[in-house]
Design a protein around this ligand. Sequence first.
Ligand code: AMP
Length: 215
Amino acid sequence: MKMIFLGPPGSGKGTQAKMISVRLGIPQVSTGDMLRSAVREGTPMGLKAKAMMDSGALVADEVVVGIVQERLAKVDCESGFILDGFPRTVPQADALQACLRGLGKDLDVVISLEVDKDAVVERITGRRTCRDCGKMFHVRLDPPTQENICDVCGGELCLRDDDREATIRKRLEVYAEQTAPLIDYYQRFNLVQTIDGMQDISQVQDQILMAMGGK
Ligand code: AMP
């Protein structure tokens, strides 16, 4: 299964992509996670990306396209993958088409998660991310066992710079302007399945699995 998860920040696409990835045994390819790990490691790409990410803007197309091309060519993507947070612009979607053509692959489905803007702000400001391993928690919906400590590695949990309210509003604007047009883009190929992301996590997952069932 080769799929894309589309949705505004806070729509739950990362959470759902992770669950479906485990369930189907195919990798979750998250450009946000890859960029954050480059930032943590202080690579030249990470240093360049950080300012854009902190401000809520998008990282340059050529940077993300390069990392996705490299990732999709790896052997674990042969039987499928879940793209989470990519593509986010029309030029990225065009580059993905070209990349998949080169690999002799086609997309099976694009899952579009729809959510209410204000609910998204509440969801995201409650997120806490581990400084060391990147695992995400939510103060109300998915709290860690010990306050501010990661259940997985014991690292310190923090509010991501780009999860602050002003930045979230900016990211929502960027989504509406640059990423939402991809719904029409993929509708032309009849690939889009729209899911109500305001339901609880397990209901959303069931609906995604049902939408994939037809593919
Ligand atoms: P995410 O974790 O997917 O919400 O991504 C966090 C931030 O990483 C975004 O706000 C962007 O600054 C950057 N980013 C992630 N994926 C992309 C992408 N496909 N294109 C450009 N920037 C991206």
